[in-house]
Design a protein around this ligand. Sequence first.
Ligand SMILES: NC(=O)C1=CN([C@@H]2O[C@H](COP(=O)(O)OP(=O)(O)OC[C@H]3O[C@@H](n4cnc5c(N)ncnc54)[C@H](O)[C@@H]3O)[C@@H](O)[C@H]2O)C=CC1
Ligand SMILES: O=C(O)CCC(=O)C(=O)O
Length: 422
Amino acid sequence: MAEDALGNMLAQMENAEPYADVDAGVFERLKHPERTLKVTLPVERDDGSVDVFEGFRCQFDSARGPFKGGIRYHPTVSQDEVTALAGWMTWKTALVDLPYGGAKGGVVCDPTTMSDREVEKLTRRYTEGVRRMIGPDMDVPAPDINTGGREMAWIMDTYSMYGGYVIPDVVTGKPIEVGGTAGRVEATGRGVAITTRRTFDYLDRDLDGATVAVQGFGNVGSVTARLLSSMGANVVAVSDVSGALHDESGLDVMAIERHVAEKGVMAGYADTDDGYDHADAISNDDLLRLDVDALIPAAIENVITEDVAEELRADVVVEAANGPTTVAADVVLRERDVQVVPDILANAGGVIVSYLEWVQNSQQYSWDLEQVNDDLETRLARAFDEMLDAYTARETPDLRTAAYVVALERVGKAHEMRGLFP
Ligand SMILES: NC(=O)C1=CN([C@@H]2O[C@H](COP(=O)(O)OP(=O)(O)OC[C@H]3O[C@@H](n4cnc5c(N)ncnc54)[C@H](O)[C@@H]3O)[C@@H](O)[C@H]2O)C=CC1
Ligand SMILES: O=C(O)CCC(=O)C(=O)O
């Protein structure tokens, strides 16, 4: 069975096809991205040498609206990976019923080894490379791994320089000072926390006091951990690329956030004044096997493999990352009665609030945080219920398949109505 991101995404589609009412020809169409651009990005390093980076933007499907999806800076970025991520964006925007298609971009680089100036040059080069295919009505990028408000502001600035006027709605996830919305920085983690609470309600379990392990402590993982703590859950383990921390009596998430904000990584936290000398330093792999109520992968793809699934002891997995569970692992988790809440629902809070940012930009009007958060929760709740309805009515084997049924039917219907042959 496929273990790569693209293979997983396609296999997830195939698994849902028998339960979905989608014309066979349209389904065939849905398996292929509309287009992918590969760009070459020369960057002069601070020492005067030149490095040439490779970047991609994959536009997977636009039947329901402009392409939408983040930009990732990471050494493992590849054309196949951005294609998978663009596919997941397509199913995510459809499931939460946003008037968007799906896209994703990426640059093969390790920004942790680059200066701020070098990252800025790379971002502006990348923007120049893809600028003919992005735009407020065409394709609207946003943050993903190792990108955030800073990079979005540079993209907006570069794109606006070519346009000759300010074009804020070419990207979302911008700082508020240049047209961003209240609530976008926290939106993905907030959506994960809301979805976790809803899943516990659905399973008739108490979130208060429930033990939670979160893998990945960047934008999504840190906010998820903090909000779940504030909802009464006991966050007993967190991790980042530098390792994992475990404390059965619960971790001080905000103290860890402060340490990461200062040092960039979690390593060294246990030695600080805030740190606990009784917290165990464990590996990322150990974290996935902890005996907790909920496991939240919030880092990269394919971390829950078949082997991990055999030994995983959480009752619920809420997928904050895109594609953290392989299709082979899904089968094992289903057999073992582990409830998996799929990424295309669990992490959709980010793109929902991106949509709200784009709407505010186009209206040149801004909403307050309460309005944004209320709208986010309403849309997530609706999508959660629609997924559960499909789970029951179509008798799908798991929630992921149910989520795909809803998404595939929406995108498939749009293709049918628009027609396959221009
Ligand atoms: N930023 C957003 O709005 C959204 C992000 N996502 C997904 O959430 C996940 C995390 O994204 P962000 O938090 O934005 O990225 P980020 O760059 O802010 O944080 C990534 C975190 O993962 C950790 N990490 C990286 N490789 C790791 C590994 N091999 N093992 C353990 N930890 C590792 C990093 O140290 C860091 O703590 C990704 O899968 C992304 O696609 C999904 C929806 C929206
Ligand atoms: O906010 C967005 O437009 C997309 C965020 C993203 O890349 C994702 O949901 O995976």
